[in-house]
Design a protein around this ligand. Structure first.
Ligand SMILES: *Cc1c(COP(=O)(O)O)cnc(C)c1O
Length: 410
């Protein structure tokens, strides 16, 4: 018997969210089922998180095996899953050191605190400016919303942490004008996720690296959304051939189990000496055991190459639907992080498309009011991709008023 429904939400939850009417109770692969047994194809992955689908057998095994062994210690003692995952992450990336936490916001909080201490130890207290970009999203803690580039997330929470400068994304000339020896860090997403699935240009990324070197500032890549294979490489920085000093990872890292990580060079790591920062749960054995299983699967040539192949199919399908209904501009993004910007006559209606998708058994996302965002599992079956596109086509047909009406009897 069901004794909780969507109506319960309004009675017991803080009203900061407005979830859909659907309450899923079960998932397998790229499908979820709601309380009424209705099935949905998942092109959202819980906002780019469940990148191996729901209840992947190897992740279930890693989690349940660890659950029978050891759940939690705190950082008074280290543990084997955390050490193994850190070993694998440093072996697979530019990084020498890892700090574990529980979310993307916490990973960025650590990175920004590191940046401030870095600046403060290099100067007479004047090297503390953080440069970030309009429409960036870095999390919901007070520091991370302040560094993020969307005023709506800081309004009403003043006073905010100071000396954060926001500049236009992909505008190297402005960055060059504004950066100085008082800048301690430049932070950017290789593809702005929440900001509309907007990839950085090669020139911008290379220029940011050069300017950070010139002014002795840390370059921080927020790869919370682009990381763990979603871009078609383990981390998106590999596409650009530019390495940051600090990189943050979360979302896909746990495949659905909460975990975040800050990866950094030895030089950056030294800033966070004993006692300077911490987390009770960070590096928790359960989270790290799952993270290790995710990394073992994702960081293989088959899975990473499969991302590109699936992305191609998805882009082709979106182009067809986009043209058929005059609904999408050319799609953009990287790998299986795809944005379909709406055409002028559909502007502002991304949410309507998501809702129509729900009616047709498909879960998609928005990235702002004007972009439909798709982030399916990295290993979604091609048949599921095709079926999801069919459902998206039906949703767009309904909105465009061209849906074929079901014959009513005979
Ligand atoms: C989702 C996201 C975050 C915040 O992660 P949480 O786990 O929600 O704290 C930070 N940065 C980027 C780029 C994100 O997409």
């Amino acid at each position: 018997m069901q004794n909780v429904t969507r109506a319960t939400f309004n009675h017991v939850m803080v009203p900061n969210y407005a979830p859909s009417d659907i309450i899923p109770v079960r998932g397998a692969g790229s499908r979820i089922w709601d309380q009424q047994g209705k099935e949905y194809l998942d092109f959202a992955c819980g906002i780019a998180v469940t990148l191996l689908g729901h209840c992947h057998p190897k992740l279930v095994a890693a989690l349940t095996e660890q659950a029978g062994k050891l759940w939690h210690l705190s950082n008074v003692m280290t543990n084997e899953p955390a050490l193994r995952l850190a070993q694998k992450l440093t072996a697979a990336t530019f990084a020498d050191r890892v700090f574990f936490c529980n979310s993307g916001g916490e990973a960025n909080e650590a990175a920004f605190k590191l940046a401030r201490r870095f600046g403060n130890t290099q100067s007479d207290g004047r090297k503390n400016q953080i440069i970030s970009f309009y429409n960036a999203f870095h999390g919901r803690t007070l520091f991370t919303v302040s560094v993020g580039g969307q005023a709506k997330y800081t309004q009403g929470f003043e006073p905010l942490p100071g000396n954060i400068k926001h500049l236009p994304y992909n505008d190297l000339a402005t960055l060059e004008e504004e950066i100085s020896d008082e800048t301690c860090a430049v932070v950017l997403e290789p593809v702005q996720g929440e900001g509309g699935i907007l990839p950085a240009t090669q020139e911008f990324i290379e220029g940011a690296r050069r300017l950070c070197d010139k002014h002795n500032a840390l370059l921080i890549f927020d790869e919370v959304q682009t990381g763990m294979g979603r871009s078609g490489k383990l981390y998106a920085y590999e596409h650009f051939g530019v390495t940051p000093d600090v990189l943050t990872s979360a979302k896909g890292l746990g495949g659905g189990f909460p975990i975040g990580a800050m990866l950094c060079t030895q030089k950056a790591a030294e800033v966070l000496q004993f006692g300077t920062h911490g987390s009770t749960y960070g590096g928790n054995p359960l989270a790290c055991a799952v993270g290790e299983a995710v990394l073992d699967i994702v960081n293989t040539p088959e899975v990473l190459a499969g991302v590109e192949a699936r992305a191609k199919l998805l882009r082709e399908g979106l182009d067809v639907i986009g043209k058929r209904y005059g609904i999408f501009e050319p799609v953009r993004g990287m790998g299986l992080l795809i944005g379909a910007p709406l055409t002028a006559q559909w502007k502002g209606r991304a949410k309507d498309i998501v809702n129509a998708g729900f009616r047709h058994g498909l879960w998609t996302l928005v990235a702002g009011p004007d972009v439909l965002r798709l982030a399916p599992s990295l290993i979604i079956a091609e048949a599921d991709l095709a079926e999801g596109l069919k459902r998206l086509d039906a949703a767009c047909a309904e909105l465009a008023g061209t849906a074929v009406k079901k014959a009513s009897g005979g």
